[in-house]
Design a protein around this ligand. Structure first.
Ligand code: PEP
Ligand code: MN
Length: 281
């Protein structure tokens, strides 16, 4: 682990906290990032952002540029999608998490994103990671689908090396021999990363399982394992979704899900970072 010069615990013993305006990731509260896999229309995003913000969710996710396995699958609304995210952010007072697909798009995505997501497929794109080290906004770094924990942490090291230390690690499942789930959610990686690194780590059980019914159980497991946050795909009409509908939670079940996450968070000595909770506290 000697090459973990900046992300390693030996470099910094206390936990890093990533600041996004007045919000924090990596502090005591567990953050919830939720929203559609892809931004599909003004109406779709508005319905989801409205519903989630009413539940107190402060971070909305949504891909405007989508890395799809098939070049014929929906690739995202691109700039138009970014503008829709900005509108939702202003209308509902939420922060935006959206993917930046490659170096040429950093400049375009930067003004629209509060956190720039780096997808699993880019987790070994070292030239790209170096460029992300030069910017001054937080990076959500997904684990590569075939990256070891060491390779994942070294990917983060590339970003920190450039001067950007606002990195949030995201476990999103890895490829294994078992094809009964889309990916194998590596829950053990969460406490392991916390042993090795000071960076916050969150979990994405939507990509991590590929199956809606497994998202709540794996979210609870991730909180129990010490995750600093969750990224959950949510859709108002999953059957109609242009991307990842089968693993998206129904918007109208999110209130119930949040209650179970809240109970698990409290059990772990933490709480959920939701606006509602602050108001009722
Ligand atoms: C996503 O979050 O929709 C996504 C494509 O994630 P990943 O890069 O983990 O596959
Ligand atoms: Mn997705």
């Amino acid at each position: 682990m000697s090459d973990l010069k900046l992300v390693g615990k030996q470099y910094q013993n206390h936990k890093s906290v990533v600041h996004i305006g007045s919000e924090k990731i990596g502090a005591k509260d567990i953050c919830l990032i939720a929203g559609p896999c892809a931004v599909e229309s003004e109406e779709q995003l508005d319905a989801i952002a409205k519903g989630l913000s009413e539940l107190g969710v402060k971070f909305i996710r949504g891909g405007a540029y989508k890395p799809r396995t098939s070049p014929y699958a929906f690739q995202g609304l691109k700039k138009e999608g970014l503008k829709m995210l900005k509108n939702a952010s202003q209308k509902y007072g939420v922060k935006i998490v959206t993917e930046v697909l490659d170096t040429t798009l950093i400049e375009e995505v930067y003004p629209y994103a509060d956190i720039l997501q780096v997808g699993s497929r880019n987790a070994k794109n070292y030239a790209f990671l170096k460029e992300l080290g030069k910017i001054d906004k937080p990076i959500l770094l997904k684990r590569g689908m075939s990256s070891t924990v060491q390779e994942w942490l070294l990917a983060a090291e590339y970003i920190l090396m450039g001067g950007n230390n606002q990195v949030i690690l995201c476990e999103r499942g890895i490829r294994t021999f078992d094809t009964s789930v889309r990916n194998t959610m590596d829950i053990a990686a969460i406490p392991l990363v916390k042993e090795l690194s000071h960076l916050p780590v969150i979990a994405d059980p939507s990509q991590g399982t590929g199956k809606r019914s497994l998202v709540t159980p794996m979210s609870l497991a991730a909180i129990a394992a010490g995750a600093d946050g969750l990224m959950i795909e949510v859709h108002n009409e999953p059957e109609e979704a242009l991307s990842d509908g089968f693993q998206s939670m129904y918007l109208n079940t999110m209130g119930e899900m949040i209650e179970s996450l809240r109970a698990q968070a409290q059990h772990s000595g933490r709480s959920l970072n939701l606006t509602k909770e602050e108001i009722s506290a």
